[in-house]
Design a protein around this ligand. Structure first.
Ligand SMILES: O=C(O)CCC(=O)C(=O)O
Ligand SMILES: [Fe+2]
Length: 253
């Protein structure tokens, strides 16, 4: 392993490791192979969520794989997720038992500023986010105030956020008017036992549509642009998996 890849950039400090970024976590060839395999073989879903009197689109595709922490049962053999997990574990050991994937088809896809849902995370355990495909900017902002920090998440990079950082900071991927090729994140987390995440979906009246591999990368616009579907993004409710918990402004997976 080269020294560059082994040395993270410290973005936020706290007692649990803060937020750290490894720009060249894996080489380009490997990142591209993972991206292609995940695009083609993940079970991509497009969520729509009831919100007040409307149903809103989650502006990105998602896939979820809960798995056994020891045996890795739950990670499909057709996907490189176990191999990716081994790489993550080698850099940032943790009790990971869930991976959530996000596919941002173009600059219209996004995730609103949020922290990952605390009741669905094991305290003290890291959140490890592998970026693949095109680079996209992530904003990270202290809840206490101050300017957001913008970091361009490169393909093959690793971003690790401490549990503690989810209490103090928010993160999000804003929409961009610049041409943006598809980008993916694979987010490894340690979920508490029996968390709602591990139970059958859909939950809370959420609606989903599945995508074939060929459809996954092609955005399907509403028939009438003027009456386009509302997106959850503006309301900050799109930031993760709905759960049995009451809606809150934090969102996140
Ligand atoms: O795609 C990303 O880099 C961020 C995803 C995220 O924040 C989440 O899934 O909770
Ligand atoms: Fe998040």
């Amino acid at each position: 392993m080269d020294l560059f890849a082994a040395t993270p950039i410290q973005l936020v400090e706290d007692a649990e490791g803060g937020i750290r970024y490894w720009p060249a976590f894996v080489d380009e060839g490997e990142a591209e192979a993972w991206f292609q395999a995940l695009c083609a073989h993940c079970e991509w879903q497009h969520q729509r969520r009831p919100m007040y009197d409307r149903v809103v689109d989650v502006p990105r595709l998602q896939a979820w794989y809960p798995f056994d922490q020891d045996s890795h049962e739950g990670l499909p053999a057709s996907l490189p997720l176990a191999k990716m997990l081994a790489r993550v574990q080698a850099s940032v050991p943790g009790g990971y038992n869930s991976v959530g994937l996000n596919l941002y088809r173009d600059g219209h896809d996004s995730v609103a500023m949020h922290n990952d849902k605390l009741h669905m995370l094991v305290p003290g355990q890291p959140i490890a986010l592998v970026s693949l495909g095109a680079p996209r900017r992530m904003n990270i902002r202290a809840k206490a105030g101050g300017r957001a920090l913008g970091i361009d998440l490169e393909p093959g990079s690793l971003l690790v956020m401490s549990h503690a950082s989810q209490v103090t900071h928010e993160h999000g991927i804003p929409k961009t008017a610049r041409p943006a090729a598809p980008r993916m994140s694979a987010v490894y987390r340690a979920r508490p036992a029996m968390s709602p995440h591990l139970q059958a979906r859909p939950e809370n009246g959420e609606m989903r549509r599945s995508f074939t591999p060929a459809q996954a990368l092609h955005r399907q616009r509403p028939a009438s642009a003027g009456q386009g579907r509302q997106e959850a993004d503006a309301q900050r409710l799109d930031a993760g998996t709905p759960s049995a918990a009451p809606p809150s402004r934090v969102g996140g997976q």
